[in-house]
Design a protein around this ligand. Sequence first.
Ligand SMILES: [Zn+2]
Ligand SMILES: [Zn+2]
Length: 129
Amino acid sequence: MALKKCKTCGTLFDSIGTPFCPACVKEMDYRYKVVRDYLYDNPDQSVEEVAEATETPEWMIMSFLRDARLTMKNASGLLRCDQCGRAITSGRFCDECAAKLGMKVRGAQEAIRAGYTGPRMHTIEERKE
Ligand SMILES: [Zn+2]
Ligand SMILES: [Zn+2]
């Protein structure tokens, strides 16, 4: 067991590998659903507009996109492939690089799309560094 300081609210908590305390993880899950539902009705909005309308911080929306939990039409230009820098709409790599990197990345993204929402917060941690 290791005490960690939550990246969002600063509370000390017993970390099981996430940089956020259980309350914030819960909050993020809730926010995710709000943003997802909002995007469903408003697919053409920008990250700023969605952030304002759903009262969700932009970095949180970006982290959902990075985790491939959300896809946004207007994310291109904001999200770039980690490998080649090409604009992408979701996840961390473009299709080409994902294919090159093998099934590992693709499998993980598909698991998320299929509804896996377990503690997989290290990508958010990398992003915020
Ligand atoms: Zn917290
Ligand atoms: Zn690429």
